[in-house]
Design a protein around this ligand. Structure first.
Ligand code: ZN
Length: 139
């Protein structure tokens, strides 16, 4: 019963997560990770966290998966407000960095949605990130 309520609490992101799991399932591997489902897909760049579902690139680091897990904690806290407070701003941040390369001077993880996910996941980053740690797709 509790699991159903938690699923409904995060329904918008869980529904989109289920749809994307369906779309990305070919050539992907899926596993349980700290109470969520993580799919590794060659079609994904960066990562996306949607309630119970996380999709990352096939070669995502453990830190990336842990960061996405941090976003799932935000989803648990915010419920239906997740897209408004985290999803849309995070996607906008990632997209604007692609459109305006000058923004790449700022650390991707300095944006509040990302900093918060890192903190929830217990990730401590060095000031300078390697270029391949830079993210292309938000949340
Ligand atoms: Zn993120």
């Amino acid at each position: 019963m509790t699991n159903i309520l938690i699923f409904i609490w995060q329904l918008p992101q869980n529904m989109l997560g289920l749809i994307l799991f369906g779309l990305f399932r070919h050539d992907a591997r899926t596993a349980d990770y700290r109470g969520i489902r993580v799919m590794r897909s060659p079609k994904m760049k960066g990562g996306i966290s949607l309630g119970y579902y996380v999709i990352v690139s096939r070669h995502a680091s453990e830190t990336t998966v842990l960061h996405e897990w941090g976003h799932t904690r935000q989803s648990l806290m915010l419920g239906w407000l997740y897209f408004l407070i985290i999803g849309i701003p995070s996607f906008g941040w990632a997209t604007s960095r692609t459109l305006f390369p000058a923004l790449k001077k700022r650390n991707y993880y300095s944006f509040y949605t990302e900093k918060w996910a890192d903190r929830l996941a217990g990730i401590k980053r060095k000031q300078k990130l390697k270029r391949n740690d830079d993210r292309k797709i938000g949340t």
